[in-house]
Write a protein that binds this ligand. Structure first.
Ligand SMILES: N[C@@H](CCC(=O)N[C@@H](CS)C(=O)NCC(=O)O)C(=O)O
Length: 203
């Protein structure tokens, strides 16, 4: 399998954490990608017309995206149990994953606003609106983090990778301040081999 990859993408990292957890990482060849909302990477566009990463080419040549589809695929391939199959548990975990992914979407957009958009065109309220989404997600996480126990599934992986992204791109945000439950949980989760092996480079 080939995965279009950047070490800084929280969505790519989610796929890699899943692959590590399922013992599939050796089967994935990482293809360096320069995904960018304006200067699109033509190689990525050839697999994902949206030009976004992660995008995966399976061993039989099938193109898969986005991260949720790739994760579902890897979970099935590795006969994993990272996605509950049915019942209330399934809908709860999928909704938690959706929240964590939404936080990552907002954080990536906030990053683009500050790192890519020319200064004269920046819109402070819009940036604040994205960070507000992140903050609301963090509040929800804080309310539930003590219930996570030793869960390792698509939702906890998504929360772990978005917190890692905040540490990487928004170190001054201080997300741990007044969020002791999330901080304690992440201390444990972030030390998993799968998380250590996929850490973004030093900012
Ligand atoms: N919903 C997508 C989001 C992926 C995403 O936003 N990827 C970013 C990198 S972290 C990207 O490719 N950005 C380039 C662009 O916006 O065109 C997923 O879950 O895979």
């Amino acid at each position: 399998m080939k995965l279009f990859h950047s070490a800084t993408s929280p969505f790519v990292r989610q796929c890699l954490v899943v692959a590590h957890e399922l013992g599939l990482s050796e089967r994935i060849e990482l293809v360096p990608a320069a995904a960018h909302p304006i200067n699109r990477d033509r190689n990525v566009v050839g697999t994902n017309p949206l030009g976004k990463i992660p995008a995966l080419i399976t061993d039989d040549g099938t193109a898969l995206h986005d991260s949720r589809v790739i994760i579902d695929y890897l979970n099935e391939l590795g006969e994993g149990d990272l996605i509950p199959r049915d019942g209330k548990e399934r809908w709860r975990v999928l909704t938690e994953q959706s929240l964590a992914d939404g936080m990552a979407d907002a954080a990536v957009l906030a990053r683009y606003e500050t790192a890519l958009r020319p200064e004269a065109l920046r819109w402070r309220e819009w940036l604040e609106g994205q960070l507000e989404k992140v903050a609301s997600g963090l509040a929800e996480l804080e309310a539930h983090a003590t219930d996570f126990g030793d869960r390792v599934d698509i939702a906890t992986i998504a929360f772990g990778t978005v917190l890692g992204y905040l540490d990487f791109r928004f170190p001054t945000l201080g997300w741990r301040d007044k969020r002791p439950n999330s901080a304690a949980w992440y201390e444990w989760f972030g030390a998993r081999d799968s998380m250590v092996a996929t850490r973004p480079p030093a900012a």
